[in-house]
Design a protein around this ligand. Structure first.
Ligand SMILES: *Cc1c(COP(=O)(O)O)cnc(C)c1O
Length: 249
């Protein structure tokens, strides 16, 4: 066996083992919370990792992948389409979207989890409409509203008090499909308290917008806490893929 094939196989084994461990954590967290594992979707966050890794995850049965930078994701999604033609892969943007990147983002993203301002929502809606008119996408752009849980919207997310207005804006935008909310626990803060707030916001938004059922919460370090608070989508990078260079976390 060539060294290259050996490397490929061992990376596949490594990813398979990590995936099994993450699924075990999710099953245990669901068990502890009295929930069914099928209620919690696993989004593999593949930022900084190559398309070849995504291809191996596709082989292992994963279908949803998260990316945080357009510059990296746009070529990666194209490369995966070459590596696994016809694969069922969905891409979700989880990082901050610069408004000059919206035209590119709507070409590869099925969903943007990080919409946090009316200006960004308007820009994405316009870009999604023209991408559909140009045949570059066939569905509305699914949107989650990112809620700031650390009191500092400069780090992304809109304040809990502003989410309802933003939800109205997105729900009324042709080209966008409001599907729920997303939050990131504070870096050095209390994930339990933060996810409790997010879960309340999610229930409020769902009450007004019945399609907005997704509560995207939980990453490698805090997925158990998030599952306890009703997360329907955990975004897992490190626990699945391994460590990233610090600069890109
Ligand atoms: C990188 C990232 C993740 C994954 O984080 P890990 O701690 O590596 O699991 C999840 N959500 C967002 C928004 C991210 O940027």
């Amino acid at each position: 066996m060539s060294e290259r094939a050996g490397g490929h196989d061992s990376r596949r084994d490594e990813l398979a083992a990590a995936l099994a461990a993450v699924r075990e954590r999710l099953a245990a967290a669901c068990g502890a919370a009295g929930r069914e594992p099928a209620e919690v979707r696993l989004l593999a966050v593949t930022k900084t990792f190559p398309a070849a890794d995504v291809a191996l995850l596709v082989d292992l049965g994963l279908v949803a992948f998260g990316e945080s930078r357009d510059q990296e994701a746009a070529p990666k999604t194209a490369e995966l389409a070459d590596l696994r033609p016809g694969a069922l892969a969905r891409w979700e943007m989880v990082g901050r979207v610069q408004r000059n990147k919206v035209r590119s983002v709507v070409r590869w993203a099925d969903r943007v989890q990080s919409v946090d301002s009316p200006r960004l929502a308007d820009a994405l809606a316009a870009a999604a409409r023209s991408a559909r008119a140009a045949g570059e996408r066939s569905t509305d752009l699914e949107v989650l509203l990112q809620v700031s849980l650390d009191g500092d919207p400069a780090r992304g997310g809109c304040l809990p008090a502003d989410v309802d207005v933003l939800a109205e804006r997105v729900a009324g935008s042709e080209g966008l499909d409001l599907r729920g909310v997303m939050g990131i626990a504070p870096l050095d803060g209390d994930a339990d308290a933060a996810f409790a707030v997010l879960s309340q916001v999610a229930a409020r938004i769902r009450g007004e917008h019945p399609r907005a059922v997704e509560l995207s919460a939980g990453m490698s370090a805090d997925l158990e806490v998030a599952v306890r608070h009703g997360s329907s989508c955990v975004r897992v990078g490190t626990a699945l893929m391994g460590g990233r260079p610090l600069a890109s976390t």
